[in-house]
Design a protein around this ligand. Structure first.
Ligand SMILES: [Zn+2]
Length: 438
């Protein structure tokens, strides 16, 4: 389990460097223990993991926090929350870089390459917290429709948190790899309320240059196919392939009208039925009105069922060249954007990570720090799924993901495993842990 050990090592290093708000020597828990403790709850998908390990440590003098996560002591939930609240969530970004390094090292990145040597990075905004009662310095706010309280109709203010999430995706690949998030919230010195487009541009400025070596093509919905975001992508040395709706791009739409567009047609079988895939494209069209408009290439896809009815239609803009030999793959890549909703947000919210659950809100950064650690747990699981043999064997034996985590939780609640390899081999082969562990 070198993959996981290296990832945890990188997280430990990163946590050890976190600013410690305590003045004087009034605490014996180091920041490494505090950061790893918070992460372990998400990684084990078990809110009670630390309580079980405290119980084990009382009875046996040590616990899986020590053997699996390299912690020296187990801080309490309240202490963890208090210590992580002042920490900026960007402090954990180096671990996302370690995730990509593990993918490259294992050769797992190759399966994400599309359109030659490119990778696809989907960007999308999602809300992960809302409350009428709790709020912090980094909450965004909005008015909620009037509610009748004691007879009077009053508008209530609702607090919420959202973020632009980035993920490595690829059509035909079952996994997604979450990258650094960028939180949407009040920004120092900004007069207007923050928004997804601004957060996406901050993401690109902060991380785009580093990812440029992977030749990324950024994917996004219609909100992204506006000049400021397209220009921000190009400025980082990346490419874009964004959904472009006719209604929101009237100039481009007008430009397309009356032109005989090049067309490419393919026929694909869905079961026993044949569907027609019709692609059209146009090079060098203006993205918007005005002299400074960016020149983009446009493409569309239509899927027609055997009865002649269009069952799917979408269009995109890109800076990449389009011709009959690439248009189908470009459209497939553009459509892979849905993976950030279906296979990233959906997994994070409904498949064991409970991204929208309030694990602790804090006064400053706690909500964002915990969301970042949750994303990081998802990223580490994905790398293990793709690159760690013992993990893959255990997952194959247990069949379902939920069963894998259930078993992980129950075994570690009663027994101490000297290493991840011992734990995963027990899961995979029903091999008892080494005697020292019993
Ligand atoms: Zn808040």
């Amino acid at each position: 389990m070198e993959t996981l050990d290296r990832l945890l090592g990188s997280l430990r290093e990163c946590c050890a460097e976190l600013p410690d708000k305590r003045t004087g020597k009034n605490g014996h828990y180091g920041m490494a223990d505090i950061g790893l403790a918070a992460f372990s709850v998400f990684f084990m998908q078990s809110p009670s993991f630390l309580a079980h390990q405290q119980h084990l440590a009382q009875g046996q003098g040590r616990s899986n926090c020590e053997t699996l996560f390299g912690m020296t002591a187990i801080p309490s939930d309240n202490h963890i929350r208090a210590m992580l609240d002042p920490v900026g969530p960007e402090r954990f970004h180096p671990v996302f870089a370690a995730v990509i390094a593990e993918l490259e090292r294992s050769g797992g990145l190759a399966a994400f390459r599309r359109l030659g040597e490119h990778v696809l990075i989907a960007l999308d905004g999602t809300e992960y917290f809302r409350s009428a009662k709790l709020s912090c310095a980094n909450c965004s706010t909005r008015a909620r429709a009037g509610e009748r309280t004691s007879g009077a109709l009053r508008d209530k203010t609702e607090s919420f948190h959202s973020a632009v999430i980035a993920a490595l995706v690829a059509p035909g690949h079952a996994r997604v790899v979450p990258l650094e998030p960028e939180f949407i919230g009040p920004q120092d010195g900004a007069a207007k309320q923050d928004c997804e487009s601004r957060a996406a541009r901050r993401w690109l400025a902060a991380h785009g240059p580093r990812y440029a070596r992977l030749a990324p093509i950024y994917l996004g919905d219609d909100l992204y196919s506006r000049q400021p975001v397209c220009a921000a992508v190009l400025a980082t040395g990346g490419h874009f392939l964004f959904v472009c709706k006719p209604d929101s791009h009237p100039t481009l739409q007008e430009y397309l009208t009356g032109i005989e567009l090049p067309e490419h047609v393919e026929r694909h079988k869905h079961g026993r039925e044949r569907f027609v895939y019709r692609y059209r494209w146009l090079a060098a069209a203006p993205l918007r009105d005005g002299k400074d408009a960016l020149t983009v290439n446009w493409l569309s896809i239509e899927i027609v069922n055997p009865a002649g009815k269009v069952t799917y239609r979408n269009s995109f803009v890109t800076d990449l060249a389009i011709d009959a030999s690439t248009v189908a793959e470009l459209a497939a890549c553009g459509r892979a954007r849905w993976k950030i909703e279906n296979e990233t947000f959906n997994v994070l919210k409904t498949k064991g990570y409970h991204l929208e659950h309030n694990f602790g809100h804090g006064r400053d950064n706690l909500a964002a720090v915990l969301a970042t650690l949750n994303l990081l747990a998802f990223a580490c699981h994905t790398v293990c799924d793709l690159a760690a043999v013992a993990w893959q064997q255990a997952m194959a034996t247990l069949g379902r993901r939920t069963r894998f985590f259930e078993t992980l939780r129950s075994l570690t609640g009663y027994m101490i495993f000297p290493s991840w390899l011992d734990l995963l081999e027990t899961l995979a082969f029903a091999r008892p842990p080494p005697p020292a562990a019993l």
